[in-house]
Design a protein around this ligand. Sequence first.
Ligand SMILES: NC(=O)C1=CN([C@@H]2O[C@H](COP(=O)(O)OP(=O)(O)OC[C@H]3O[C@@H](n4cnc5c(N)ncnc54)[C@H](OP(=O)(O)O)[C@@H]3O)[C@@H](O)[C@H]2O)C=CC1
Ligand SMILES: O=CCCC(=O)O
Length: 293
Amino acid sequence: MAMEVGFLGLGIMGKAMATNLLRNGFKVTVWNRTLSKCDELVEHGASIGETPAAVAKKCKCIIAMLSDPSAALSVVFDKDGVLEEICHGKGYIDMSTVDADTSLKISEAIISKGGHFLEAPVSGSKKPAEDGQLVILAAGEKALYEEAILAFNVLGKKSFFLGQVGNGAKMKLVVNMIMGSMMNAFSEGLVLAGNSGLDPHTLLDVLDLGAIANPMFKLKGPTMIQSSYSPAFPLKHQQKDMRLALALGDENAVSMPVAAAANEAFKKARSLGLGDLDFSAVHETVKDLHYPS
Ligand SMILES: NC(=O)C1=CN([C@@H]2O[C@H](COP(=O)(O)OP(=O)(O)OC[C@H]3O[C@@H](n4cnc5c(N)ncnc54)[C@H](OP(=O)(O)O)[C@@H]3O)[C@@H](O)[C@H]2O)C=CC1
Ligand SMILES: O=CCCC(=O)O
């Protein structure tokens, strides 16, 4: 019998992930704050739940993929939220990128109602989500992880179980902190190459053959040179991740001047109205410094 899952949040990632589950034989009931975004999923065979509570009532396992801590908390704790219907025997898996405290609050509430909880943020963006090639960073209840592995095998190419709640969130923030800092160094390099008379395309070729070759430079470099920033990973979410990673640094007395500078650049990009574009649009802030309008 097909496994039935609920799916809350049909943004860039949630839409791709829920579609993948449907394609692979899962029965999926979807909910999104902007309900009209459910229509496309219905065309692929999904059912609609009118509220997070309605999805939790119907499904034994509920996955969430929401923008940030406040969205993740709201969908659980607000009126018509998951908490109203979660109960013994049901599992809640939050795959959003949030901080460990948020995840712990959600975990405690779900468990207090007899439910089971797993945090499972992901590495990988829109295309890996469409192709079922995410890297899943799960933590929480091992038994739920083992039940969810069939779904994780559809969504991702590799799943890690990292122990207690909070470890998945922390691992994800560390990874995205590194990624955000790299994106800033890359942007500066592209502008430095161009402004000093080099062809940035040749820089991409040189980078790709050396020790710092990586899929992100290869994928984003050509579109950044064209100033094209169609969102795969929205910049506002990358800045949220830098902010949460810096808070984790505060808690652990880890000095992170590089990440702090990268966060400032993402904040600047947001202030320029670039928050809904891809995070590679931080490139524009470096260009802006060199070509004041
Ligand atoms: N895009 C990427 O490459 C990756 C993103 N992530 C993480 O995954 C999560 C989702 O990202 P992504 O899909 O890109 O983001 P989107 O901005 O495309 O989607 C965000 C989703 O959250 C919902 N939402 C926002 N605020 C609320 C709220 N207050 N109550 C209920 N729902 C809300 C949105 O609903 P509505 O449609 O109504 O606005 C939408 O469904 C984020 O935590 C992000 O950091 C992780 C890995 C990769
Ligand atoms: O959180 C977003 C990560 C994007 C990526 O891993 O490419």
